[in-house]
Design a protein around this ligand. Structure first.
Ligand SMILES: Nc1ncnc2c1ncn2[C@@H]1O[C@H](COP(=O)(O)OP(=O)(O)OP(=O)(O)O)[C@@H](O)[C@H]1O
Ligand SMILES: [Mg+2]
Length: 344
């Protein structure tokens, strides 16, 4: 029993988890489907928060969590369990605490694996990037999700060839439809048994809140960074759209280097160009990277333009600091309003 539990996670709240109304809405909808007995499938491009949301949902379900990452090499017996060689037992001698004896008993034994453990004890299964596994390996899930029965390919001595799935068993899947390699089209039969929620890049408030939570940078600097990343995304000219990961990387680097973004200082510009060109081009073609760097350059100059005006206002005098800070907020807010109007 204890051996079986080695891969089980506690359903605990995630550090720095941000819960904006966008996230709350997604969470409530997903929990509603799960409550009605359906597995949920979070599908979306890279960096849209699928894995994080899946873990958050799992923590809200408050049952132990079993996590599996989709893998081309997976076979059904990896998911279900099989004969895994010999048992090695470590024995700590209580009297001579430094002595660690390793005892090997040469008995081949059955090691339950994660999916079996989740089905048997009614845990929450998070199957991340499940479409990376070969469809044959995932076939085992069809009867688990539909008939609530798990076929055991090799029955244990005297056991039934199937396992009844525990009523508390829940499954949360994630997948990325735009991955260019190593993905199998999810089988229709499997997809029919789950409720798919399509995720897109975060809304402005969530992207800003995540950037701030992960970097602990000031709100103003995070707003600037988020505006740059969103500007590049909205340009639609990247091989892969930049994500909140780009925001987090720029913000963390800025924080560590204790830099204030400014036109006079080229370091911020270079940092944005390096990070965003790297994030948006996976093949690494030079022409593509140069194109992205040029777009980033234009956006940064444009964004810093308004920022510089405010920085100048800050210099007027210490007493004006709070006023200038408020003005800076208003400038950013107005910009945001303008953006929302354009979107409408
Ligand atoms: N609600 C949130 N609160 C705090 N951080 C978050 C939240 N959602 C996502 N993040 C952060 O955003 C980044 C991207 O999220 P995540 O890894 O969950 O995306 P993903 O869709 O699974 O991406 P991929 O397809 O590349 O695996 C991570 O650094 C994650 O910590
Ligand atoms: Mg993920």
């Amino acid at each position: 029993m204890i051996d079986e539990m080695t891969t089980v996670l506690e359903p605990s709240a995630l550090p720095d988890f941000v819960e904006t109304s966008y996230i709350k809405d997604l969470t409530n909808r997903a929990l509603c489907y799960i409550g009605a007995g359906f597995p949920v499938h979070l599908r979306g491009p890279s960096g849209t928060g699928k894995t994080t949301l899946a873990m958050h949902l799992a923590s809200r379900i408050e049952r132990p969590v079993v996590m599996i990452h989709g893998d081309e090499e997976f076979s059904t017996s990896d998911l279900v369990g099989g004969e895994h060689g010999y048992r090695i037992r470590k024995v700590v001698d209580r009297f001579i605490s430094r002595v660690l004896k390793t005892e090997e008993d040469m008995v081949k034994r059955w090691v339950d694996n994660r999916l079996t453990v989740a089905c048997k004890y009614g845990f929450t299964l998070v199957y991340d990037e499940f479409t990376r596994s070969r469809p044959e390996a995932n076939n085992i899930l069809l009867s688990i999700l539909q008939e609530k029965m798990m076929d055991l390919p090799v029955a244990r001595d005297g056991d039934e060839p199937y396992l009844k799935v525990h009523p508390n068993f829940t499954a949360i899947f994630t997948s990325n439809p735009e991955e260019y390699a190593g993905v199998h089209r999810s089988q229709d039969a499997l997809r029919d048994r789950m409720i798919t929620m399509d995720l897109d890049h975060f809304d402005y408030d969530t992207e800003l809140a995540i950037t701030q939570a992960k970097s602990r940078l000031t709100k103003q600097d995070c707003q600037l960074i988020v505006n740059i990343v969103r500007g590049l995304r909205e340009s639609g000219k990247c091989e892969f759209a930049p994500t909140v990961r780009g925001c987090i990387m720029i913000a963390k680097t800025l924080k560590v280097r204790k830099l204030t973004p400014s036109r006079a200082n080229n370091v911020f510009m270079q940092m944005c160009q390096d990070i965003l060109a790297s994030e948006t081009s996976r093949v690494g073609s030079k022409t593509n990277q140069d194109k992205v760097k040029q777009i980033v350059r234009e956006i940064v100059i444009q964004e810093l333009g308004s920022n510089e005006t405010v920085t100048a206002a800050v210099k007027v005098g210490q007493n004006d600091f709070h006023k200038a800070d408020a003005e800076r907020e208003i400038v950013q807010e107005n910009k945001q309003k303008e953006k929302s109007l354009i979107e409408i």
